[in-house]
Design a protein around this ligand. Structure first.
Ligand code: RFL
Ligand code: PHB
Length: 385
């Protein structure tokens, strides 16, 4: 269920093991290939895409970054991933490009992937013969008889609610701010991402290509795009990214604007009968740590290994352990994302005391090697095994 990174990659990994699956997606191919979301891939994510034959365009068009910048109190400090983690780095390559690569690989292989399905319901999940009922793009009613159902249908999908509420526990935190995301036609302003702490709120400078840059500004979660005319956007960005080093942001034509809500969320367990949840269907992180897509990839890697052990070796133990195995990494990423978010954003109830605590934390992260390693290890991604 779902042709996001989780569903498409799971289907790809299973196909390479000779395990059949059908991918169902409510949206159209055009829509999923055009939705702007994540941009940062961990080393482990990059390795999986390369090892399974879908990394070629990423290696050609993506950017390898060996660090990030933290900017606060008008000064810029580099966190050197390569040096702090023994040579690990990240790849800046847009999520919708990963989606395009995975969709193409699946269609080229002639494997089933249906777009535009509607009225999806899950049946008999607690039995050995679960079913998915849906309407296909032509409007015909269909029923799929399955061995297993992978709920990779994102935070607003039908999989998680298909688990009876008494059988699941949900943990959640909604932040009192959002991110205003922009796509700008301009050359890169920086060689690596800049995460900026400022009393007017957080700002982030990321990139997409030599001609297109991705910028984010902390905003009110209820803000609408019309409240942010271009002049206000540039004024805020320049103020929040101000520095004493002579660096300036390159302005350009704004191609796209949108508001992103910020939340932390986990459901436990990530399994009910023959339904296994993966990715945003099971957990959400605020984007500050760039972990969401990478967690989806880590989940489906564990799930693909467990399903492979089941079909190849008739071993059920890995499937039984799936939720516990995945949740250990999920909670680590939840903590990291919450910590980055808390350190870098302005909160409603901010007091001068709280602001000084954030600066003390940022000062420590950029002066203590141990603390810098903690950030770097988490950002590049902990080992997958
Ligand atoms: P997705 O990508 O939401 O895909 C779920 C798919 O399921 C479909 N669907 C259904 N299909 C069938 N039946 C149904 N009933 C269905 N209901 C829904 C949906 O149409 C959709 O196509 O979930 P998935 O695969 O778990 O992937 C998760 C990631 O998309 C997400 O975690 C990241 O985008 C989060 N994220 C980031 N993650 C990173 O690792 N690095 C980043 O730099 C990063 N930056 C971001 C982000 C998310 C952002 N937004 C917009 C929340 C930046 C932003 C601004
Ligand atoms: C992005 O480029 O979209 C991006 C980068 C880093 C983040 C979140 C999003 O933490």
């Amino acid at each position: 269920m779902g042709a996001g990174p989780a569903g498409l990659l799971l289907a790809h990994l299973l196909r390479l093991e000779g395990i059949e699956s059908v991918v169902l997606e409510t949206r159209s191919r055009e829509e999923i290939e055009a939705t702007l979301r994540a941009g940062v891939l961990e080393q482990g994510t990059v390795n999986i895409l390369n090892e399974t034959g879908v990394g070629e365009r990423m290696m050609r068009e993506g950017f390898v970054h060996q660090g990030i910048y933290l900017r606060f109190a008008g000064a810029t400090h580099r966190i050197d991933f390569k040096e702090l983690t023994g040579g690990r780095s990240i790849m800046v390559y847009a999520q919708h490009e990963v989606i395009k690569d995975l969709v193409k690989a699946r269609l080229d292989a002639g494997a089933p992937l249906e777009f535009g399905v509607t009225d999806v319901t899950l049946q008999d999940l607690e039995t050995a013969a679960p079913k998915i009922r849906y309407r296909d793009a032509a409007g015909a009613l269909r029923e799929l008889a399955c061995d297993y159902v992978a709920g990779c249908d994102g935070f607003h999908g039908v999989s998680r609610p298909a688990i009876p509420s008494r059988k699941r526990t949900e943990y959640s935190r909604v932040y009192p701010f959002g991110w205003f995301g922009l796509l700008v036609e301009a050359p890169p302003a920086t060689d690596e991402l800049i995460y900026a702490h400022h009393e007017r709120g957080f700002a982030l400078v990321s990139t997409r290509s030599p001609k297109i840059q991705r910028l984010y500004l902390q905003c009110d979660p209820d803000d609408e795009v019309k409240q942010w005319p271009d002049a206000r956007i540039w004024e805020e960005l320049h103020a929040r990214l101000a520095n004493r080093e002579g660096w300036t942001l390159t302005e350009g034509r704004i191609l796209q604007k949108g508001v992103v809500a910020m939340r932390s969320f986990v459901v436990e367990p990530m399994q009910y009968g023959r339904l296994f949840l993966a990715g945003d269907a099971a957990h959400i992180v605020p984007p500050t740590g760039a972990k969401g897509l990478n967690l989806a990839v880590a989940d489906v890697r564990v799930l693909a290994q467990a399903l492979t052990a089941h079909y190849r070796e008739q071993r059920g133990d890995l499937l039984e352990q799936y939720s516990a195995t995945a949740l250990r990494r999920v909670w680590r990423a939840e903590h990291f994302s919450w910590w980055m978010t808390s350190m870098l954003h302005r909160f409603h109830d901010d007091t001068p005391f709280h602001h000084r605590l954030q600066l003390a934390e940022l000062d420590f992260v950029t002066s203590s090697r141990a603390k810098a390693i903690t950030l770097a290890e988490n950002y590049v991604g902990l080992p997958l095994d």
